[in-house]
Design a protein around this ligand. Structure first.
Ligand SMILES: [Zn+2]
Ligand SMILES: [Zn+2]
Length: 185
């Protein structure tokens, strides 16, 4: 069993820290099919984040906004079929677009993207085009963009979920055990 971290002495390493941020971004996902979170990091600073779901102003996928995802949930659409009809924007694409929205666009060069899944082919193409140099992910899947990422010499590192769980437990226990008195010492 993994040793429980002592929060006062130990800190998560950068990869663990930013993957935890990606997990938190994932909580905002509004997609019925799969929930993904991403963050873009430059010089150990988070410059943007994203999660998957329908674009702003479009009915949330969870409220029936995307017919393809709804069909998938009801078993009427097979996995991987009709992706071109999906209205949900992927987490990585949203994180990249957030850089454009807030004037951070040049900063994606040589940056790292953390994603709770290995990016798909489309997102991998965007990652390459905006100059991101490293991808850190938690899960791989058969149709992901690993091949093209490798061709573009982008470093891909897969983290183990087990490395994140002790820190999630630290957060949980610190929130449960928090008392106001201790906060003011
Ligand atoms: Zn969706
Ligand atoms: Zn994607």
């Amino acid at each position: 069993m993994k040793k429980k971290p002592n929060w006062n002495l130990e800190r998560p390493d950068w990869d663990t820290h930013f993957m935890l941020q990606a997990e938190i971004a994932k909580l905002r996902s509004n997609c019925l099919t799969r929930q993904i979170g991403s963050v873009i990091v430059k010089n150990n600073r988070q410059i943007s984040s994203g999660y998957n779901g329908t674009p702003p102003g479009i009915k949330n996928c969870t409220e029936g906004g995307c017919e393809r995802c709804l069909g998938r949930l009801k078993g009427k659409v097979q996995s991987g079929v009709g992706l071109e009809r999906c209205l949900c924007t992927h987490a990585e694409a949203n994180a990249i677009m957030q850089c454009a929205l807030f004037g951070n666009s040049g900063n994606t060069r040589d940056a790292t993207i953390y994603s709770t899944f290995v990016p798909c082919l489309e997102c991998s193409k965007m990652i390459i085009s905006v100059g991101i140099k490293r991808v850190v992910a938690l899960y791989e899947y058969p149709e992901d963009g690993q091949t093209i990422l490798r061709q573009a010499n982008i470093q891909l590192d897969i983290l183990k979920k087990a490395g994140l769980l002790p820190w999630i437990n630290v957060l949980k226990s610190s929130m449960i055990n928090d008392n106001v008195k201790n906060n003011y010492i």
